[in-house]
Design a binder for this molecule. Structure first.
Ligand code: HEC
Length: 202
């Protein structure tokens, strides 16, 4: 990608598609933040806006990309984005989040590929198995308490695919059965397991 003085959404969308959308799209978007469209990005997360026009470096999106706000994004990193790419996001926000050519933007944001719940889970498993390193290779703090929503097969009473689940007995369960495809809502515990709050068959 060329470093333009004023990048547009159309130029940044492919980065979001490749590195963020697997977790940040659809009904179970992480933190309620959808990054598969400009509208979703501008709408922000369940906690509020993630970009503020004119304030690139201070925006939560850039703070997450730099790791000044934790956990650093993409949560699957390292690798994280290159400094030049992060600078482009900051410049884009400074410029007021221009959309760029609608045709280019549309072309750059194809409908979400059919990522299986299993692929999402595999990403998180790999991240935890890698010891959740930060950009400098130091063990990054586990995003303890982070709310997660995952889809997968309930292969045992307390296991979603290869991911161990905790507190299933105390969780709300609707139509969930072992061997079935379920949605799990819960929180990340300090040892990288998921404390289940709700289990729902799909
Ligand atoms: C493996 C899944 C995953 C990937 C990939 C991922 N994220 Fe996230 N993201 C999360 C989770 C989970 C949270 C909530 C963590 C927390 O509690 O702050 C989050 C939170 C965020 C937040 C904070 C929202 C707020 O208001 O606090 C931003 C901004 C964000 N992500 C941006 C990105 C960007 C940009 C990318 C791609 C470069 C990305 N994420 C990739 C899972 C992911």
């Amino acid at each position: 990608m060329h470093a333009h003085a004023q990048p547009t959404y159309a130029e940044l969308a492919p980065i979001l598609q490749a590195r963020c959308v697997m977790c940040h799209s659809g009904a179970s978007a992480a933190a309620g933040l959808k990054l598969d469209t400009l509208e979703g990005l501008l709408a922000g997360s369940a906690r509020g806006p993630v970009v503020r026009a004119g304030a690139g470096e201070a925006s939560e999106l850039v703070r997450r990309l730099r790791g000044t706000s934790a956990p650093r994004m993409p949560m699957t990193g390292p690798p994280f984005l290159e400094d030049a790419q992060i600078a482009q996001f900051a410049a884009w926000i400074d410029a007021g989040m221009p959309a760029g050519s609608p045709a280019a933007a549309a072309a750059a944001t194809p409908p979400r590929p059919a990522v299986s719940g299993r692929a999402d889970i595999a990403l998180i498993e790999r991240w935890i198995a890698d010891g959740a390193r930060d950009a400098q290779g130091h063990a990054a703090p586990m995003p303890v308490g982070a709310a997660v929503r995952l889809h997968g097969t309930l292969v045992g009473p307390a296991q979603l695919d290869a991911l161990p689940l905790r507190g299933v007995a105390g969780a709300r369960a609707e139509r969930a059965r072992i061997g079935g495809y379920v949605e799990v809502r819960g929180r990340v515990t300090s040892d990288g397991e998921i404390e289940v709050q709700r289990l729902r068959g799909r």
